[in-house]
Each structure stands twice: as structure tokens, then as C-alpha cells.
Ligand binder design. Structure first.
Ligand code: PMP
Length: 358
């Protein structure tokens, strides 16, 4: 006899999955959406129309094929992949993070990352039954070098993640510390440069020196969050191994075509990123004048600390400005909100809304 749905779930769905919370996406209808580090600028109308024509011509009856290879070539050129390195594609870098955990699934493997950090590193470990070790940052959100090196020596992690810049703290790490962590790591090191369009530094030029380092990027923060294209570069032999666990058709032809189109108009996105970098500085200055504590940012977000984060978050929401309340994510983030940098107009609304809650 078929069991009841309740019994089916209780007996056939993993216990830890039953206990998990689904990844929460806030309802942003009618809001100034500054919660997820998206690029607030759309394509100019002329390009949007041209893109529509390009997408209309795509054959949808075939599995993704040659165009995916075209996209890999275009991204390799865009990112200046070093000689001897290869690039693989993910359905967003989120998928690449999951695939890495899948590829490293040897019994007892550990994934290690500084905390607070991007939640998917821990989640990918949990879903693969791997151990996750989070190493606390210092109270000013720098890498705690000794704690990192000790944890690496103790746990011998299969993967160390370093988001560079970090989410949600938005800062870059000291390069000398990064180098020492890279040297100490007995497994893979993934440098996650999701926020590269807004960052003053990159690991790219040092990538070729390290066989065990993978550099991960995404088109999401570039301006294509809806298109879901992430990519990862590293030594060809290593990337070829990880690529084996990728579902064969993980990138849609429509997504690939849209990404190719965007890369043909890189200058438009570069100008948008430049605008957001200058808006970020304006926001930082205004926050300072308001007496709100904030930290240096090399990303399109700013972490702030306010006296009552729940009141500020709800008060801003009531004024139709949606940010992320990260104050309960980790003890080091007590009192903190994460603000995504928006357009000039949105940022002005953000500042007024925040001010009214203080
Ligand atoms: N890495 C970091 C550090 C992030 O903050 C994010 C998204 N916020 C991602 C990766 C995932 O990006 P995507 O899946 O959109 O490529």
C-alpha cells in the first residue's frame, strides 16, 4: 500500500533536509530592491530590443551545443584566462559551488571558509554530507590569519573558500595573508571573485602560479543576475575533472545567447559598474555624515551597523526600501544591515529611509 504523503516525507526524504530552511527570497514587489547586490541598471532600450531579436532567432529544439563553446571562448577573452588554464560554466556560481562539493565528496572531507561569509559554501557541504568549518573573522572583519592557518592544519580541508571581496562584509583581504593561506592549503583553494566588477584588486595574475587554486566569477553582479552564468578558471587538468560532475546541459541556449550579447557590449556594463562605484563612495560619505558606522567596500554593497537593526529594517521596508538584515547571521554581525548600492535616485531614497529610522 502506498504510504501517506506525511509518512513518505518522514521516511524517504533525508532527515537533515527535512530540518533545513529553504533559501529565503524576500518579496520585493513595489520595493526599491537593495537586498541582493544586483546591478540596478537595465540594458538601454535600443540594446534590449536588439537582444530580443537575437533571442527570437535561437533554435530551442536542440540541446545546447556550439553556442556554449562560443560563450566559453568569449568569457575566456573577457576574463583574460591565463595560458594553461581552462574555464568551466555553471548555472550561476551557486551551481559551481555545489559541483565542487560533489567532486570532492570523499568520506570525511571538509570545506573551510571564513565566517561570516557566503552561505552557499556551508550549504554545499551540508548537502553533500561533508563537514563545514567556519573560521571567525576578526571583529573588524579581517582574516584571522592564525585561526585560519591553525584550522587548515587541523582539518586538512579539501576546499578552502575565500570570497574576495567577501559577502556580506564587502571588504578585500590582505594579499600577503591570502598568499600564506594559499600556500598552507593541502587541497583546493577557491577564490570567489563574484564582486570583481567593483573591486580594486584581483587574484587573476597570481592564478597561474598555483596549481591548486581556482578562480570563480559570475555575470550576476556584472548585470546579468537573471541570466545565471557563473564560471570558474584553473589548471586545465583540474577543471576537466570537476567538469565531469557538471550536468551536461546546465546552461540554456537563451542564457548563453544573452551572455554573448552582453559581452559584445561590455562597455555598457563597465560604465554601469563605474557609476555604481562612484555611487558607493557617495553613500559611504553620506553614511559618515549621518553618523552611521560602515566598513570599507570593494563590492556593490555596504555593511552598516545601526542601533536597532530590526527597527531600521522594518522602518525602511515601510518606506518601500528593501535591504538585508544580516544582524542574526553571525555574532560578529550584531546590529548590521547590508545595503546594496543602487542608482543615484534609489540611494537617495535609501539614505532618507535609513535616516528616518535612527
Ligand atoms: N559568490 C558570492 C560571494 C556571492 O555573494 C554570490 C551571490 N550573492 C555568489 C557567489 C553567487 O552568485 P551567482 O550564483 O548569482 O553567480
Amino acid at each position: 500500500m502506498t504510504p501517506t504523503l506525511e509518512k513518505l516525507i518522514a521516511t524517504r526524504i533525508r532527515q537533515d533536509v527535512q530540518g533545513m530552511h529553504a533559501y529565503a527570497i524576500q518579496d520585493s514587489r513595489g520595493m526599491v530592491k537593495l537586498d541582493a547586490m544586483e546591478n540596478p541598471h537595465r540594458l538601454p532600450a535600443r540594446l534590449q530590443k536588439e537582444l530580443g531579436e537575437r533571442l527570437a532567432a535561437v533554435a530551442l529544439n536542440r540541446y545546447p551545443g556550439e553556442r556554449i563553446e562560443d560563450l566559453k571562448r568569449a568569457l575566456a577573452k573577457h576574463a583574460q584566462v591565463p595560458a594553461g588554464c581552462e574555464l568551466m560554466l555553471g548555472n550561476g556560481s551557486d551551481e559551481l559551488i555545489s559541483l565542487l562539493a560533489l567532486a570532492c565528496d570523499v568520506p570525511g572531507a571538509t570545506i573551510l571558509a571564513p565566517q561570516p561569509g557566503f552561505v552557499m559554501y556551508a550549504m554545499s557541504a551540508q548537502l553533500q554530507g561533508l563537514k563545514f568549518v567556519g573560521v571567525d573573522l576578526t571583529p573588524d572583519f579581517e582574516l584571522d590569519e592564525k585561526a585560519m592557518l591553525d584550522a587548515i592544519a587541523l582539518h586538512q580541508p579539501a576546499i578552502v573558500y575565500l570570497a574576495y571581496p567577501n559577502n556580506p562584509t564587502a571588504n578585500l583581504w590582505d594579499d600577503a595573508v591570502v598568499d600564506r593561506i594559499v600556500q598552507a592549503a593541502p587541497g583546493l583553494v577557491v577564490i570567489d571573485e563574484a564582486y570583481q566588477p567593483f573591486s580594486s584588486r584581483s587574484f587573476l595574475r597570481r592564478l597561474a602560479q598555483h596549481e591548486h587554486v581556482l578562480l570563480m566569477r559570475t555575470l550576476s553582479k556584472f548585470g546579468l543576475a537573471g541570466v545565471r552564468i557563473g564560471y570558474m578558471m584553473g589548471r586545465s587538468q583540474l577543471v576537466a575533472q570537476i567538469d565531469k560532475v557538471r550536468p551536461p546541459y546546465n546552461v540554456s541556449v537563451l542564457n548563453a545567447e544573452a551572455a554573448l550579447f552582453a559581452l559584445e557590449h561590455e562597455d555598457v556594463f563597465a560604465a554601469q559598474a563605474a557609476d555604481l562605484r562612484s555611487e558607493r563612495e557617495r553613500l559611504q560619505q553620506a553614511l559618515k555624515e549621518m553618523g552611521v558606522q560602515s566598513w570599507p567596500s570593494d563590492a556593490n554593497m555596504i555593511l552598516v551597523r545601526v542601533p536597532d537593526p530590526a527597527r531600521s529594517f522594518e522602518g525602511m521596508k515601510a518606506r518601500k526600501v528593501l535591504v538585508k538584515n544580516v544582524s542574526r547571521m553571525h555574532p560578529l554581525l550584531a546590529g548590521c544591515l547590508r545595503l546594496t548600492v543602487g542608482t543615484a535616485e534609489e540611494n537617495t531614497q535609501l539614505l532618507a529611509a535609513l535616516q528616518s529610522t535612527l
